[in-house]
Each structure stands twice: as C-alpha cells, then as structure tokens.
Design a binder for this molecule. Structure first.
Ligand SMILES: Cc1cc2nc3c(=O)[nH]c(=O)nc-3n(C[C@H](O)[C@H](O)[C@H](O)COP(=O)(O)OP(=O)(O)OC[C@H]3O[C@@H](n4cnc5c(N)ncnc54)[C@H](O)[C@@H]3O)c2cc1C
Length: 155
C-alpha cells in the first residue's frame, strides 16, 4: 500500500494511506493533484514567479461541495491548508509547502443584480466587465461569495 506524507497544522508530518486519499477523491467533482501528476506544476504556479512552494495535494475544486469536502478532509486529518483564489497575492500565501492547497481557481461565475446594484461573485473573477442598465460596470478582485455594492455606472 502506498502512503503520502503531508504536514499538519502543528507542523508535524502525517502519513495518509492512498486508500484514505482515494476515498476523498471519489467524492470530488474536480481533480486532486499529487506531485507526480502532469497538471501539478501548473496548478501550484502563482502570479509571483519567485514563489516555489510544493503542496502535498492540490484539490482543484469544481464547486462549493468540493470546497466543503476539502475543508472537512483537512479538518479530519488536521492538515495544513492554503486557499487559492486568483493566485495574485504578492507573497504567494495561497500556496503552502507540504499541505493541502484548496484551489478555487476553476470556480468562475458572477451574478450581477442591476436593480439592487449588487454583485455576487464566486472565488475567481479578477477584472470583470459586465453591462449595467446605463453602460459597462467594472468590478475588481472578488472574494468567495462576497457581496458588495456596484459603483455607479459612468454616464
Ligand atoms: C498585478 C497586481 C495588481 C494588484 N492590484 C490590486 C488592486 O488594485 N487593489 C487591491 O486591493 N489589490 C491588488 N492586488 C493585490 C491582490 O488583489 C490581493 O493580493 C488579493 O488577495 C488577490 O486575490 P486572489 O484571489 O488572487 O488571492 P490569492 O493569491 O489566491 O490568495 C491570497 C490570500 O487570500 C486567501 N484566499 C484566497 N481566496 C480565498 C477565499 N475565497 N476565501 C478565503 N481566503 C481566500 C488565500 O489563502 C491567501 O492567503 C494586486 C496584485 C497584483 C499581483
């Protein structure tokens, strides 16, 4: 049986059997990447090219249920976690060395309510352009499920 070493929140190493990881993978809609996977290196890259951290596992979340499952898995095994949104943090805090990276970057989507002048964004949008009743509205970086006021449209 193969096993994987992964860091806990206390900085100690935990050994997880592949069977435990496979059970986690079975419930995910997105992919779970290990260092040997083809897509692993691209998934751990962030905007700051100086950041070169190597998570033990990367959960590429396809939706909210994947995020919930990833957090539960991390909590159950007391795993060190980082959360990646757009990967634009200068310090590269969205990638952790040796832990579980919960990668929200595949999750894109935004709902704009022009009447209430609000926008509900999922994790990923960076610069979003959309059309309001009086013209284009530009929205900046967004955080998972944040709700904020849309600025007045240019006249
Ligand atoms: C070229 C450039 C221009 C920028 N311009 C601006 C600017 O104009 N205004 C401004 O305010 N900032 C700006 N920033 C900074 C950037 O917006 C912030 O670093 C922001 O955190 C990036 O969001 P992200 O989703 O890419 O975060 P990431 O880099 O993915 O993560 C940053 C931190 O937020 C946490 N995190 C990410 N997503 C979530 C989530 N959904 N829930 C909980 N925690 C989460 C991560 O764990 C990590 O600690 C700029 C950065 C760059 C590189």
């Amino acid at each position: 049986m193969t096993e994987r070493r992964i860091l806990t929140t206390k900085g100690t190493e935990r050994v997880l059997d592949d069977s435990v990881i496979d059970e986690f993978v079975a419930g995910l809609r997105g992919d779970l990447l290990r260092p040997s996977d083809h897509a692993y290196d691209a998934a751990r890259k962030v905007w700051n090219g100086m950041v070169d951290k190597r998570p033990a596992l990367i959960a590429r979340c396809a939706g909210t249920a994947d995020v919930v499952d990833s957090v539960r898995f991390a909590r159950e095994h007391d795993l060190l976690v980082s959360v990646r949104g757009g990967g634009h943090d200068y310090a590269g805090k969205s990638v952790c060395d040796g832990g579980l990276m919960i990668d929200l970057s595949p999750m894109k989507g935004i709902h704009v309510d022009p009447a209430r002048r609000t926008a509900l964004a999922r994790s990923r949008p960076r610069a979003v352009h959309t059309m309001g009743p009086a013209g284009p509205i530009r929205l900046g970086n967004a955080v998972l499920n944040s709700r904020w006021r849309v600025p007045p449209s240019p006249r």
